[in-house]
Design a protein around this ligand. Structure first.
Ligand code: FES
Length: 113
């Protein structure tokens, strides 16, 4: 597994963008102290989900408000239709590790990293 950040980098119910992997991922610490890691880029257009609103286990895209489940990656309503990838994560001694999904990311048209 790959270390991507420290638990202390995270703020409850806010996203943290990690650019050391390609494409970037967004890490979330939810109110129930779970850590979730998903692809950071919305599948509709080039928006950072780390800047989205977190509520009820979902993050709302800051651009057009489709909501993505932090657990499944599925989008709940248009305009986004495709899911973001979800990456398996683990916290060990205050450090966040991730096993990146091997699935092909659903990047929006024109996204370049
Ligand atoms: S860019 Fe995310 S819903 Fe449009």
């Amino acid at each position: 597994m790959l270390r991507i950040c420290s638990l202390s980098d995270l703020t409850e119910d806010e996203g943290f963008r990690v650019e050391s992997v390609t494409p970037p991922v967004a890490v979330f610490l939810t109110a129930d102290h779970d850590v979730h890691v998903i692809d950071d880029t919305c599948t509709h257009q080039n928006a950072s989900l780390a800047e989205g609103w977190v509520e009820d286990g979902c993050v709302e895209c800051p651009l057009h408000t489709s909501r993505f489940s932090l657990t499944t990656g599925e989008a709940d309503s248009p305009p986004a239709k495709l899911p973001v990838r979800v990456h398996r994560s683990e916290v060990v001694d205050g450090e966040v590790f991730v096993e990146l999904s091997t699935a092909t990311p659903n990047l929006p048209p024109g996204a370049v990293f």
